[in-house]
Design a protein around this ligand. Structure first.
Ligand SMILES: Nc1ncnc2c1ncn2[C@@H]1O[C@H](COP(=O)(O)OP(=O)(O)OP(=O)(O)O)[C@@H](O)[C@H]1O
Ligand code: SF4
Ligand SMILES: [Mg+2]
Length: 320
């Protein structure tokens, strides 16, 4: 039996803005075993980053976790004090490569100093010991260890992204969240970063949550995939099941919009319409205004999530 690493139950994360409450993550549940990787996909604004921020408890104000639980290694981390969470979970249990992260490296410190600091703060290492670790980590992510002395501006975009990944791995967390880690990189560097993540998954047995609007990237890495729409998971399960046998009309649309090398252009589909307003989401199924199969019931009642085959879940009235 594999051991559960993370169990997210009915998680709600809302932003309390002057215009109203933005229900960015609304009743989301999923599970991840140790060493297993999950891809989260969906259009811009569907709540992917907010879900990630919730897991590492860095939801920016005016947002907060409004309900549900996040059981990580057997305990509900939403119940820990900020001090306990910082000391015991953030970076050593769960770390994150933030969206646009390569721009968050501090320009006035060398990359070695920035990596070493993590060891000095969390493990009480000396500067010298921290720098040794920095060299080891740079090597691991495919950068010449002598680069510890480089400043961020001396590195290419791809190298900076590797440094940020090295920092996320520094304290050997069992779970690393990578939020759009290859956006803004050219395709060659994108492939290198994906290969690096695959290597970490295989060699270090790190669980990775890979967030991307690009389902073809997720297919390369993830054992499981969750499709988000309007703050909810609408389809979820083992990757091969979801990719080979998509059930939710939205997932079918998303997969249809991946150009296939051997496919004909006429095979391409796209999803007309715009993503829902998360302050006043459409009643019933949030996808109904854009769904070609919408029925009367879809406009009134929210579809329950049901298991359509073992390990494959869908929230859609077509199957309930
Ligand atoms: N600080 C904030 N204040 C108010 N609303 C926010 C804030 N951050 C995010 N939101 C809203 O929460 C919703 C989800 O945003 P989120 O950034 O999680 O989406 P995403 O799926 O990561 O999108 P993208 O693919 O563009 O990164 C959006 O409607 C967004 O406008
Ligand atoms: S519940 Fe109805 S509107 Fe929603 S995806 Fe299924 S068929 Fe379409
Ligand atoms: Mg995002």
């Amino acid at each position: 039996m594999s051991e559960p690493l993370l169990q997210v139950r009915n998680l709600k994360t809302y932003f309390y803005t002057l215009k109203g409450v933005v229900k960015a993550v609304d009743d989301v549940s999923f599970e991840l075993n140790r060493g297993e990787s999950l891809g989260i996909a969906g259009e811009s604004g569907c709540g992917k980053s907010t879900l990630a921020f919730s897991l590492i408890r860095l939801v920016p104000p005016p947002g907060k976790i409004a309900g549900g639980s996040i059981i990580f290694q057997g305990r509900d981390i939403t119940k820990l004090s900020e001090e306990e969470f910082r000391r015991e979970v953030r970076w050593q249990g769960i770390s994150m490569v933030f969206q646009g992260a390569m721009n968050v490296l501090n320009p006035v410190y060398t990359v070695g100093d920035q990596i070493a600091e993590l060891f000095m703060v969390h493990k009480g290492y000396t500067k010298q010991e921290g720098l040794k670790e920095a060299e080891r980590l740079l090597q691991m992510v495919g950068i010449d260890p002598r680069r510890v002395k480089s400043y961020p501006f001396e590195l290419s975009g791809g190298m900076k992204q590797r440094v940020v990944i090295a920092m996320a791995l520094a304290l050997s967390p069992p779970l690393v969240i990578a939020d759009e880690p290859t956006t803004a990189l050219d395709v060659v560097v994108q492939a290198q970063i994906m290969n690096l993540l695959k290597k970490l998954k295989q060699e270090l047995k790190t669980s990775i949550i890979l967030i991307s609007h690009d389902l073809s990237l997720i297919a390369e890495l993830a054992d499981k995939v969750a499709i988000m729409y309007g703050g909810k998971i609408v389809e979820y399960g083992q990757s091969d099941l979801v990719y080979n046998n998509p059930q939710h009309p939205y997932t079918k649309g998303l997969l249809g919009s991946i150009p296939r090398l051997r496919g004909e252009i006429k095979d391409l589909t796209w999803i007309p319409g715009t993503p829902p307003d998360l302050i006043n989401p459409p009643p019933g199924c949030r996808f109904h205004p854009r769904c070609p199969y919408a029925m009367d019931k879809c406009k009134k009642e929210e579809p329950p999530i049901i298991e359509v085959e073992k390990g494959h879940y869908v929230a859609c009235w077509l199957y309930a």
